[in-house]
Design a protein around this ligand. Structure first.
Ligand SMILES: Nc1ncnc2c1ncn2[C@@H]1O[C@H](COP(=O)(O)OP(=O)(O)OP(=O)(O)O)[C@@H](O)[C@H]1O
Ligand SMILES: [Mg+2]
Length: 354
């Protein structure tokens, strides 16, 4: 018996756009369904030509439509949306989000957590991706914003090489390991680094932040640039109601600069969640995190040991939390994420630093 169009429509409702995370039927991407005996042809309109996600659609259509009774073969054809269709899609996608502010387009309920530090090289980016993977593992819809204009190492740490898809002016974050990623680095090729300095900086950041379509997120982790420069200040202003986690190394001397980063976070109205000590070991010792937390009057969230596997996994593009979830370091990071998840935004006003 020939499969019914209703059954095919229903099966297409299970085909999810991997980046927009919604069924193709809801996104008005299904152009055409042809049925001739057991041969079904489906045409899907992609947001852009040469979309890197073709194979995902192919697999999903094969699975859901191909699995229907009466279907012998499925052929999937691709089309590209017209500018009008893209605008309609943009409007539709934007519609769901209650604007948080002019700056970043995430919902009011999304927790925005900045991972900050006083100096570079303390492990912000490594912790950001691992915490993100841990949050995702705990069931939170998680995004990562690589806002380090000097380094932008997150795409490499997550093994993401594809650029975001642009729909009109809206940038759709690529997805890997169940994480949505947007990096300022994606745009450095085309936009000269000059944009990220001086008078253009604030506008450029604001533009960048408001053009990203995050969709529904529970938590957005932001890998901040090190230190307290212009970029950090602008970001602080553009991420309203953000919270901050300060990363420090165990050495006593690291504390001074870390305090400055914390102060700046507070000046831009971020709530300090706590401190993470990273690279705890015989080489570097421990205790710096504790001292900093005391000084700031916030909790020490945890200590992440110096662990060569953390670096190796980062180099290989897969966070340790995913590559070796049973390792002690991975467990520590998952506990950290649980601890952060348990802290509720805005419940308690933290002491103001002098
Ligand atoms: N706990 C750890 N154990 C071992 N290596 C680590 C650990 N944390 C970070 N590293 C390594 O230290 C180096 C610096 O880490 P990372 O790039 O995450 O720091 P960062 O604070 O983001 O630096 P930057 O300021 O340059 O952006 C990397 O090579 C990383 O793999
Ligand atoms: Mg970094």
């Amino acid at each position: 018996m020939e499969p019914s169009r209703d059954a095919i429509q229903e099966a297409l409702g299970k085909v999810i756009d991997p980046e927009l995370r919604r069924p193709v039927t809801e996104l008005d991407m299904v152009r055409d369904v042809g049925v001739a005996g057991g041969e079904v042809t489906v045409r899907i309109a992609l947001t852009v030509a040469g979309c890197p996600l073709r194979s995902s659609f192919q697999d999903q259509v094969q699975e859901h439509v191909g699995g229907l009774s009466g279907v012998d073969s499925v052929r999937l054809e691709f089309d590209v949306m017209s500018p009008e269709e893209r605008t309609a899609l943009t409007t539709k996608l934007r519609g769901g989000v209650e604007e948080r502010s002019k700056g970043i387009s995430v919902d009011r309920t999304t927790r925005v957590i900045a991972i900050a530090s006083g100096k570079g090289g303390v492990g912000k980016s490594s912790l950001t991706v691992n915490l993100a993977a841990a949050f995702a593992g705990l069931g939170h819809r998680t995004g990562v914003l690589d806002a380090d204009v000097y380094g932008h190492s997150i795409p490499h740490l997550l093994g993401i090489s594809q650029k975001p898809v642009l729909v009109d002016r809206m940038m759709i974050p690529p997805v890997k390991h169940d994480l949505k990623l947007m990096s300022i680095g994606f745009f450095l090729d085309e936009n000269s680094p000059v944009m990220w300095r001086g008078p253009m900086l604030h506008r450029a950041l604001e533009q960048f932040l408001s053009d990203v379509h995050w969709g529904e997120l529970d938590v957005l982790l932001v890998d901040m640039p090190p230190g307290t420069g212009d970029v950090s200040i602008s970001l602080g202003q553009l991420l309203p109601r953000a919270e901050a986690v300060i990363v420090t190394t165990p050495q006593p001397l690291a504390q001074e600069v870390a305090v400055r980063a914390a102060l700046m976070a507070q000046k831009t109205n971020m709530r300090l969640v706590g401190v993470i000590e990273n690279m705890t070991s015989e080489v570097f010792g421990s205790g710096g995190g504790e001292r900093l937390a005391e000084r700031l009057g916030v909790p020490l969230l945890g200590q992440v040991p110096l662990d060569v596997r953390l670096r190796e996994c980062g180099d290989a593009g897969e966070p340790l939390v995913l590559a070796d979830p049973e390792s002690p370091t991975a467990r520590t990071i998952v506990e950290l994420a649980e601890g952060i998840a348990a802290t509720q935004r805005g419940l308690k006003l933290l002491p103001v630093l002098s």
